[in-house]
Design a protein around this ligand. Structure first.
Ligand SMILES: [Zn+2]
Length: 270
């Protein structure tokens, strides 16, 4: 599932090629990803020009001359840019024909969202308006307040997009390991020093993947792959292997609806 590093990078790549380009036509092969009937969606978006593309958590926001396109890749997907003579990929759900005959294709592995929101209505969008602060934008003080004021398990809290937007279940195992924190720890049991360490490790881990172009199973806008490889993870998905710090066997545990990988010695529960 794409998380902050992949979504931030996709938005940044889209920002490199889309501003100033108009949308000539839209082909939708998965109508349920839209928030409007297809004909209505097409009439509102066709002819508009991209102005700025950015991200918030796991959402890409593509601003148009009037309104915004919102893209969420759900469990996974690809966004590809195609120069005019390049063939489209076999798997695609949406195709945007751009001015100058270049195209943008979007694929969802399972399902995703491609919504149009008119000017000034973003605060009414049922999913984007309730997002917490972006994980890389939240200040240290706000993060401390968020964590120390919550009785939820720390992992449950960090995965809750309404509290903090952008983290999923891939990078989080190493974030907790590097911070020496057990994912089932009640958030308000963490000391100020532990919260500070968590804040630092969380941002460093995500930035490291951003710098490598995201996970190595994700594609960028031009079909290249990220280079953050899963074998770079220290404990994530390393069940049965020795902890790189203390050699204790890494275990996989259930944490609510998700699994977690931890070193039981380096990550004591509080
Ligand atoms: Zn250990």
């Amino acid at each position: 599932m794409p998380e902050y590093p992949e979504i931030f990078n996709r938005a940044r790549e889209m920002q490199q090629v889309l501003p100033g380009r108009s949308i000539q036509s839209i082909t939708v092969l998965q109508e349920k990803c839209l928030n409007l009937p297809e004909a209505d969606f097409n009439s509102k978006v066709t002819g508009q020009t991209f102005t700025r593309i950015h991200s918030n958590g796991k959402w890409i926001l593509a601003e148009l001359t009037q309104g915004t396109l919102l893209l969420n890749l759900g469990m996974g997907g690809e966004v590809f840019f195609h120069y005019k003579d390049e063939p489209l990929p076999e798997k695609k759900r949406i195709i945007l024909q751009l001015e100058g005959e270049d195209r943008l294709s979007i694929n969802f592995w399972w399902f995703g969202y491609f919504h149009y929101v008119p000017e000034g209505r973003l605060h009414k969008h049922s999913m984007v308006s309730i997002l917490g602060p972006d994980v890389m934008q939240i200040s240290s003080d706000d993060f401390t307040r968020l964590v120390s004021g919550s009785k939820q398990r720390i992992k449950t809290l960090l995965l809750d997009q309404k509290r903090l937007a952008g983290i999923g279940n891939y990078y989080i195992h190493d974030i907790f390991f590097k911070a020496g924190i057990h994912p089932l720890t009640p958030a308000h049991n963490l000391s100020a020093a532990q919260i500070g360490t968590l804040y630092t490790r969380m941002r460093a881990e995500l930035q490291s993947s951003v710098d490598k172009g995201g996970a190595d199973y994700e594609y960028n806008l031009w079909g290249g792959k990220g280079s953050y490889a899963s074998d770079q993870l220290l404990v994530g998905y390393k069940e049965g292997r020795p902890c790189p710090v203390c050699q204790t066997e890494i275990i996989k545990i259930a944490t609510g609806s998700t699994a977690s990988y931890i070193c039981p010695s380096c990550q004591p529960i509080l």
